[in-house]
Design a binder for this molecule. Structure first.
Ligand code: 23J
Ligand code: MN
Length: 261
C-alpha cells in the first residue's frame, strides 16, 4: 500500500502532475536582515571566508567557511528561540515527521498591498476554514502577502520609517489562537519574521514568537513562491540544520504541488 503510494508519487513527479516548488529565497551577502530597535542587538548576515580557491592553499579545490546568524534569510524558528519556549525543542530535537506536512495558503496580498501594517485576524482564518476546511493538523499555515517581491531590497523589504518597520503579519489574538487552539505544526511568512513590523509595540510584544514558540510550534520566514501553491493540498518540506542547541537556521523549504500536467 505504502509502496503503491510512493510509486504513484514518483510517477506523478516524473510525469509532471506533481511538481517541486522552491519556497526558499536565495541566500547571499545581500539577503535582507531584521533590524530590531535600540537597545537590542542585531544579527550579522552572511560572510564568506575563503579557505582556498584553486591556489596554493588548495590547488584542486575551492571552499570557504561561513559566518552567519541563525536567523538569516529563509529560516526556521525553533521553540527555544523565545523565552516562552526556552525549555522546548532546539533544532536538533525537532522530530523529522514534523518537517514534512500539508500546507495551506491564506492570500492577503491585496490587503497587504493597500496597508503594509495589515494583520490577519482569527475571523479571517475562520472565513478561510469555512471555504477550504479546517487548518491542517500537523501542517503549516502560510500567509501570502506579496512581500516576497521586495526580498532582494533591504529598504523595501523592511519598509521602515521614523515609526519603525511596517510589514504585515498577525494580530496578537490570532497569534494566541493559532498557538493554543489549532493543531498546526507552524506558520510560514514572506516577511523578515513571523511577527509584523510593528509587533514590538503589541501586547504581548512579538506575539507570534511569544505564543507560537511557547506552544512548541515553529516559524518559517522569508518564503518565496507562495503564489505557486494552491490554497490547500500542497505538501511542505522544511530542512533546517540539525544544529545541537540551535534556535534557528537558514533552511531549504520545498513544496510538492499540483503540476501543469
Ligand atoms: C529576535 C527578536 C525579535 C524578532 C526576531 C528575533 C525574529 O524575527 C526572528 O528571526 O526570529 S521579530
Ligand atoms: Mn527567526
Amino acid at each position: 500500500m505504502a509502496a503503491d503510494t510512493l510509486s504513484s508519487l514518483i510517477g506523478a513527479l516524473t510525469g509532471g502532475s506533481v511538481h517541486i516548488v522552491d519556497l526558499t529565497q536565495p541566500l547571499s551577502e545581500q539577503t535582507p536582515l531584521l533590524q530590531l530597535p535600540e537597545p537590542f542587538a542585531n544579527t550579522p548576515g552572511l560572510r564568506r571566508h575563503e579557505i582556498s580557491n584553486f591556489d596554493d592553499r588548495g590547488p584542486a579545490w575551492s571552499w570557504s567557511w561561513l559566518e552567519i546568524g541563525e536567523h538569516v534569510g529563509t529560516h526556521f524558528d525553533a521553540p527555544n528561540h523565545w523565552i516562552t519556549g526556552r525549555d522546548g525543542e532546539d533544532l536538533a530535537a525537532v522530530p523529522p515527521h514534523r518537517l514534512v506536512g500539508p500546507a495551506v495558503v491564506i492570500d492577503k496580498s491585496a490587503e497587504a498591498t493597500k496597508n503594509p501594517d495589515y494583520l490577519l485576524t482569527v475571523d479571517e482564518v475562520k472565513e478561510f476554514e469555512a471555504e477550504h476546511g479546517p487548518l491542517p493538523e500537523g501542517g503549516w499555515l502560510l500567509l501570502r502577502t506579496g512581500w516576497d517581491a521586495y526580498a532582494a531590497d533591504q529598504a523595501a523589504f523592511l519598509n521602515a520609517s521614523e515609526t519603525g518597520p511596517h510589514t504585515p503579519g498577525f494580530d496578537a489574538e490570532c497569534a494566541r489562537w493559532l498557538a493554543h487552539e489549532t493543531a498546526i505544526t507552524g506558520v510560514g511568512v514572506e516577511t523578515v519574521g513571523t511577527d509584523a513590523g510593528q509587533a514590538y509595540r503589541f501586547e504581548p510584544a512579538f506575539p507570534m514568537h511569544n505564543f507560537l514558540l511557547g506552544s512548541g510550534k515553529y516559524g518559517l520566514t522569508q518564503l518565496a513562491n507562495l503564489a505557486a501553491l494552491p490554497a490547500t493540498g500542497a505538501v511542505l518540506i522544511a530542512a533546517p540544520l540539525k544544529l545541537v542547541g540551535g534556535t534557528g537556521s537558514p533552511t531549504r523549504v520545498l513544496a510538492l504541488a499540483p503540476g501543469t500536467e
